[in-house]
Design a protein around this ligand. Structure first.
Ligand code: KIV
Length: 246
């Protein structure tokens, strides 16, 4: 699984990925927000629909943004059904553990497939105080495993495990029946996810758990520099790009 926010990126990733995640990380990657807390349902719906238009094979999962599902199972159902109707996506993802298990049960028993997200949950940044790895104390590790079990028991069809000590991801993967998808977790998870722009090398700085599989930032800069030079020295547009009378 990789994140996708736009139609062209979805088209390029679709043949290679089983799932495309329209992550609320789009708040930072596309909109330059400091965190995901300000991401709206409207943003998720617009980008979700674009990604669905660019995917033919991969299942598209759309993140439920902060504030759109925590108040009650009913609130979650209204907003999750809206996301599925407006985007055509296959499922929604939401962050959280035990406390939200009744919500996942409510959604899944009413026709909404839910991907869970446990461990480091970026929407809780204002409580967590940052994006540090979770589960360093035995107590927190135990609580994350309990969160995962509760979400799986509630009917989640898959689960993202983010930013935890590796042994926690392994224990969860062994304990629950649904597939686990790791990010900063373990190669022993059933699958992996990364923010596409991170793994493509669009940014200079990336978190420790990211491997850059490309150098997109440098490619974009080189192309733009060449274009700007061509415009300034009038070598662009050249004969191939101009219309002449026939
Ligand atoms: O928002 C997102 O992109 C995510 C992934 C990083 C798992 O939740």
């Amino acid at each position: 699984m990789l994140t996708a926010y736009t139609v062209r990126m979805a088209q390029l990733m679709d043949p290679h990925c089983d799932m495309l995640l329209v992550g609320d990380s789009l708040g930072q990657v596309i909109y330059g927000l400091p965190h995901t807390v300000a991401v709206t349902l409207e943003m998720m719906a617009a980008h979700g629909a674009a990604v669905v238009r660019g995917s033919y094979h991969a299942a598209v999962i759309v993140d439920m943004p902060f504030g759109s599902y925590e108040a009650s199972p009913e609130q979650a159902f209204v907003n999750a059904s809206r996301l599925l109707k407006e985007t055509g996506a296959a499922a929604v993802k939401l962050e959280g553990g035990k406390v939200l298990a009744p919500t996942v049960e409510f959604l899944t028993s009413r026709g909404i497939p839910v991907m869970a997200h446990v461990g480091l949950t970026p929407q809780a940044v204002n409580i967590l105080g940052g994006y540090g790895v979770r589960g360093k104390s035995d107590e927190e590790a135990k609580s994350i495993v309990e969160d995962a079990v509760a979400m799986a028991d509630a009917g989640a069809f898959a689960m993202v495990i983010e930013g935890v000590l590796e042994h926690i991801a392994i224990e969860i993967t062994q304990k629950i029946a649904c597939p686990t998808i790791g990010i900063g977790a373990s190669a022993q998870c059933d699958g992996q996810v990364l923010v596409a722009e991170d793994m493509l090398g669009l940014f200079d700085r990336v978190p420790k758990f990211v491997k850059k599989f490309g150098n997109m930032g440098v490619s974009v800069e080189n192309a733009v520099r060449e274009y700007a030079t061509g415009v300034r020295d009038r070598s662009f547009p050249g004969p191939d790009q101009l219309y002449e009378p026939v």
